[in-house]
Design a protein around this ligand. Structure first.
Ligand code: PEP
Ligand code: MN
Length: 373
């Protein structure tokens, strides 16, 4: 689908400043807790007051939300403290109940975005309804699922549409509960530049002490908004206790954020940036030229191995090459992780190319006398 003709964020939210802020507890737990959250958020610039009513929990023993009974609490808290309200919907019945209670913004949770059947049912329930909808990224780093869910909601006629970037489940030891994988948010911006992106540092980090750094990173990338969980007594929260901050801390985080401009009108800034970008362009052209020359040598080695009936892969050579390049990278001020990632791609493509060469018919009947390197 070519670019979506969605409404600009400011049009449907009335919020002209960056970031748009969605704040409030992970879950509505009691009427008192919802009201206290809202009361203490009143002084904080929160544009939409959130609370989870139906909680898609990974395990059945976890708190699964109060359900419909909590909708009036959310509504009253919003009216009493002058904030619009937002909640997660996962079924057509949730959509219907949330709209009946005047909830102002709906989002689709990460565990729902992974399922096109569920997303389609929600999309059908949203047809002809005028409510902003935000689509959280799926739990797995699958761009197709995310874009597919956005398209389903868009095709149902929703134009006040945006996304929430809440990180991705990936295997292995990691700093955050969900890997931010900013490159996916950036790719979505490239594919659909008009779609507002709200980052959710609470679900990315899983830890309140890391929320600020992710919020700042989102602002540095020029993303549009933040969804941050705030609870009157975070340690006692019935869900996601470790990641929730107090309403007062949310206020501090927002006050501490450095908001970057998209650009500067300053002529000197623009001229210097142009010069620096020109240098990057030249360096990138050199990198590609070198990669192409390297690949020609790889092909030549492939032909030589084929002529001498030798396998493409010599693991000892690959280990020695990688160790050498990692050491050089470190010496040049590049991280080993970065160099390893680059060399793994280079090597994989080299092996693939040599395997192709191996399967081609030899150009000449006799083996070549020597390779050129
Ligand atoms: C939430 O926002 O409370 C939530 C459950 O988030 P996610 O869908 O990102 O896990
Ligand atoms: Mn939560």
């Amino acid at each position: 689908m070519s670019d979506l003709e969605t409404l600009p964020l400011a049009r449907w939210s009335g919020v002209e400043h960056r970031p748009l802020v969605i704040g409030g507890p992970c879950s509505a737990e009691s009427e008192a807790q919802v009201l206290e959250s809202a009361a203490r958020l009143k002084g904080v610039r929160v544009d939409y007051f959130r609370a989870g009513i139906w909680k898609a929990r990974t395990r059945p023993a976890n708190f699964e939300g109060i359900g419909d009974a909590a909708l009036p609490w959310l509504r009253h808290a919003g009216l009493q403290y002058g904030m619009r309200t937002a909640t997660e919907v996962a079924t057509p019945a949730h959509v219907e109940a949330a709209l009946k209670h005047g909830i102002d913004l709906l989002w689709i949770g990460a565990r729902t975005t992974v399922n096109p059947f569920s997303v389609q049912e929600i999309a059908d329930a949203l047809r002809g309804v005028n409510v902003p909808v935000l689509v959280k990224n799926p739990t797995s780093p699958d761009m197709g699922l995310w874009v597919g869910a956005i398209e389903r909601i868009y095709r149902a006629g929703v134009r006040a549409l945006g996304v929430i970037h809440r990180g991705f489940s990936v295997a292995g030891v990691r700093r955050y509960r969900n890997a931010p994988m900013w490159e996916l948010a950036i790719e979505l911006r490239r594919l659909h530049p008009s779609l507002p992106i709200i980052t959710d540092p609470s679900h990315i980090t899983g830890r309140r002490d890391h929320v600020m750094e992710i919020a700042q990173r989102a602002m540095d990338l020029g993303l549009d908004g933040l969804m941050i969980e705030a609870h009157p007594n975070p340690d006692q929260a019935w869900s996601d206790a470790a990641q929730q901050v107090t309403p007062e801390r949310l206020g501090e985080i927002l006050a501490l954020l450095k908001i970057r401009r998209e650009t500067s009108p300053d002529a000197e800034y623009l001229a210097s940036l142009e010069v620096l970008r020109d240098r990057i362009d030249h360096l990138d052209h050199d990198i590609l030229e070198l990669l192409s020359r390297r690949m020609r040598v790889v092909e030549e080695i492939g032909e030589y191995k084929r002529a001498n009936n030798v396998a493409t892969l010599q693991v000892s050579r690959w280990s020695a090459l990688l160790a050498d390049r990692l050491a050089q990278a470190e010496h040049l001020g590049l991280t080993q992780e970065y160099a390893r990632a680059i060399y793994e791609i280079i090597h994989r493509e080299s092996v693939r190319r040599q395997s192709e060469v191996m399967s081609e018919e030899p150009a000449a009947a006799s083996p070549r006398s020597s390779p050129n390197d």
